[in-house]
Design a protein around this ligand. Structure first.
Ligand SMILES: [Zn+2]
Length: 122
């Protein structure tokens, strides 16, 4: 199980100085939110650091992760004159078939949509 990672771009300022804003990227895993990261930062300030306030979340993106497919059939399947093996991603469960070269598998019809191109671990 890969931990889900979300990268947030946020607008922050030093606490009490709402005009001194800047943007930064915060990486959150699991159930963390950017607010948790800022709270944690404020709790563990080093001497020269000022507490921060999060003004708003500008965007959130999930990094692109490749599927990790494992073969799911024991014996190569023969159908319509073609030989293939079936695969399933160990993280998000999409299914695929491989007809030729190693790792050159194609996603099954119901996962053909581009939104399934990269892995979204469950
Ligand atoms: Zn996957």
């Amino acid at each position: 199980m890969i931990e889900t990672l979300i990268i947030y771009t946020v607008l922050v300022c030093p606490k009490g100085h709402p005009k001194e804003t800047w943007t930064e990227e915060l990486k959150c895993t699991g159930d963390e939110t950017p607010f948790d990261i800022i709270l944690e930062y404020n709790r563990t300030l080093r001497p020269h650091e000022r507490p921060r306030a999060l003004i708003k979340i500008i965007s959130e993106t999930q990094p692109m992760i490749e599927h990790v497919c494992r073969k799911t059939n024991n014996i190569t399947i023969q159908k319509g004159g073609r030989l293939f093996d079936t695969y399933q991603c160990i993280h998000c469960n999409i299914t695929a078939k491989r007809f030729g070269l190693p790792r050159q598998w194609g996603r099954d019809a119901k996962f053909r949509h581009p939104k399934f191109q990269y892995c979204k671990p469950k």
